[in-house]
Design a protein around this ligand. Structure first.
Ligand SMILES: [Zn+2]
Length: 486
């Protein structure tokens, strides 16, 4: 993901017209140099020491050592959830299908708060323990490397969002007056379901979410069945059949007005707004459809089976690109921010980062998409935007190299703006034809998977036939303003 956040004190219009990501509020994850690269197996899971049968408590992202877990890779989450806004109580049952990548006698899931009542592994009751945000499960029988296994976790309680972790503000499962606002970047999925909470382990999902009759429950993907109501409660079934990072999962619930249909290119569209944003529904629907269609011409085929957006009346002051359902927290989005969140469906959601330090692969690309959108609709060109940012030699982006997002300041404006400038500098160096072919090749080559900055640099060099290490080093890794681009 990448949250597109901006200071709530900053006027929205100002923030968006600057194309500025917003400032400050957030920080979070980073990964360190070469983090996962050397010692990982596919999926970014760290190879265990030989003979160890206990899955590691972290997936191997050195900047977020407790995030995710080692020893297995999740294929699918089946989540049954029931939420009561009056009591703020969540009841859940998670059915997780995973594949062991080492022999396992025990393994961890990430879970924050909530009370676990029962855990099974392959149908047999399993012992479990809790320590901080780790749920440790003892396998009733040794799980052999390479085998698939099923874990169920029954749990309940009042979800407690993550607060002030690494300066990131409040995120995860947030109770609202009429339901829940759920945006989880970077590691808030653990506040509402037990998971391998790191983007290097993507999985498919199905959701059955029960709420009081009259409310709507919105999750990722498409509705699997018509909502069913009995005894004053309605259950909504959603399915995301494409791999998804945990931080992109959502269960946004409450009173919503919904408009559905298909875009001109035939992509199903689901738009929903809190009744307080009644006047925004048609614009959200129309802009989301039109912009998704436009991005297919620039970035390649749309990776998922539907598009859309959700405006809730929780004043988060940011938007998050939840897969197929970007959510806008408490404001009417203009087309610039919609263009940003929908660009993330390609950059971040379909092609996901392997470690948080590469976050510019999400945010630099989505910010550059805002510039392309501005140019497309007759506003400032990408080149003019680049030049206006470059002209300010006092901008703090020059001291923050965007190629290494820092844990304590993860969503720094440099990751967005200087990340976008990196792409523009690349475009000037290799020419429009090669640059736009590269964007499509990148989204195709890593569709539904994970990628790293090194892979992007290698692809850019391969397609252009040029050595580009100097350009990328200056733009991504040096704490100073690069030489002018001609
Ligand atoms: Zn973003």
């Amino acid at each position: 993901m990448a949250a597109h956040r901006f200071a709530t004190t900053l006027s929205l219009t100002t923030a968006l017209s600057l194309g500025a990501p917003f400032l400050g509020l957030a920080t979070a994850c980073t990964a360190s140099e070469g983090a996962v690269a050397a010692e990982t197996v596919p999926g970014g899971v760290k190879a265990p020491p030989a003979g160890d049968t206990v899955g590691a408590p972290g997936v191997g992202d050195p900047d977020f050592p407790q995030d995710g877990n080692g020893g297995y890779d999740v294929d699918h989450y089946g989540l049954k959830l029931s939420y009561d806004p009056a009591s703020k109580r969540l009841e859940g049952s998670a059915a997780i299908r995973a594949r062991a990548v080492q022999d396992l006698t025990a393994f961890d899931l990430d879970l924050h708060g909530l009370t676990v009542s029962r855990v099974t592994v392959d149908g047999a009751a399993a012992q479990f323990g809790r320590r901080e945000d780790e749920l440790t499960v003892t396998a009733p029988a040794r799980i052999k490397n390479g085998t698939r296994f099923d874990v169920t976790v029954d749990y309940a309680g009042v979800p407690d969002p993550v607060r002030n972790y690494a300066g990131l503000g409040t995120y995860g499962f947030i109770a609202t007056t009429d339901g829940s606002f759920v945006t989880c970047e970077p590691n808030g999925a653990k506040t509402w379901f037990p998971s391998n909470d790191h983007p290097s382990d993507k999985a498919t999902y199905d959701f059955k979410i029960t709420v009081p009759e009259g409310l709507t429950a919105i999750a990722n993907g498409e509705m699997d069945a018509q909502p069913k109501t009995s005894d004053g409660k309605t259950t909504f079934a959603w399915r995301e059949k494409h791999p998804m990072a945990t931080y992109l999962a959502t269960m946004t619930t409450g009173k919503f007005e919904v408009r559905t249909g298909t875009s001109d290119l035939g992509i199903p569209v689901y738009a929903a707004v809190d009744p307080a944003f009644h006047g925004s529904l048609d614009n959200l629907y129309t802009a989301s459809a039109k912009i998704t269609d436009y991005w297919t011409t620039v970035f390649g085929p749309y990776p998922f089976s539907s598009t859309g957006g959700v405006v809730d009346n929780y004043s988060a002051g940011y938007a998050l690109e939840n897969q197929t359902k970007p959510v806008y927290g408490g404001f009417t989005p203009d087309t610039g921010i919609i263009a940003h969140e929908l660009a993330h469906q390609w950059f971040g959601d379909s092609v996901s980062i392997t470690r948080w330090k590469d976050l510019w692969l999400n945010e630099g690309f989505a910010t550059y998409a805002e510039w392309l959108w501005s140019e497309h609709r007759g506003g400032q060109t990408a080149d003019a935007l680049f030049r206006s940012y470059y002209a300010n030699n006092l901008d703090p982006i020059w001291s923050y190299p965007p190629g290494r997002a820092q844990r304590a300041d993860l969503f720094n404006g440099s990751v967005y703006t200087r990340g976008a400038m990196t792409l523009h500098a690349l475009r000037k160096e290799i020419g429009d034809a090669t640059f736009f072919a590269l964007l499509k090749k990148w989204t195709a080559a890593h569709r539904y998977g994970n990628a790293t900055t090194e892979e992007f640099v290698a692809l850019a060099e391969h397609m252009s036939g040029k050595k580009l290490d100097g350009l990328f080093d200056a733009w991504l890794y040096q704490p100073r303003r690069p030489a002018p681009v001609t």
